[in-house]
Write a new protein. Structure first.
Length: 114
C-alpha cells in the first residue's frame, strides 16, 4: 500500500505530488483508490468544480474521476465522505447523503439524513 497524506492543497501519494485549487478537507483510501474531498470556502457564486468537490485518484497518482451530477441539482458543496461496508457515501451541506459509484463517480442514490 502506498503512503498517502495531504497538507493544505497538496496530496502526496508516495513521491507523487498533486496540487488542488482548494485545501483538502478529507481523504479516504481503499484498495487501489484514493478519494479526496476539497474544502470549498463560502462564496457568493459557486462554480461547477466547487459543487463537484470530490475526486478519485489511483495509487499511481492518475485522476480517475470527479464526482458526477446530483439528481436534485448541484447547488451546494459536499462536506464529508465516508466508506461504510465498502460503499462510498458523500454528504452535502443540505444534509443529503449520496451513494457514489467508486469506479466512475456517478451518484447512485440519495437519502436525506436526520
Amino acid at each position: 500500500m502506498n503512503e498517502v497524506r495531504f497538507n493544505n492543497n497538496l496530496l502526496y501519494i508516495e513521491n507523487i505530488e498533486i496540487s488542488f485549487r482548494s485545501k483538502i478537507m478529507q481523504i479516504k483510501h481503499e484498495g487501489d483508490k484514493i478519494f479526496v474531498l476539497l474544502n470549498i470556502p463560502p462564496k457568493k457564486e459557486l462554480s461547477y468544480d466547487d459543487c463537484h468537490n470530490i475526486y478519485c485518484y489511483s495509487n499511481m497518482g492518475k485522476m480517475l474521476w470527479q464526482i458526477g451530477e446530483r439528481p436534485k441539482g448541484d447547488d451546494t458543496v459536499f462536506t464529508m465522505i465516508n466508506i461504510i461496508e465498502s460503499e462510498l457515501y458523500a454528504n452535502d451541506f443540505l444534509g443529503r447523503r449520496f451513494s457514489v459509484n467508486k469506479d466512475n463517480g456517478s451518484i447512485e442514490k440519495m437519502n436525506i439524513t436526520k
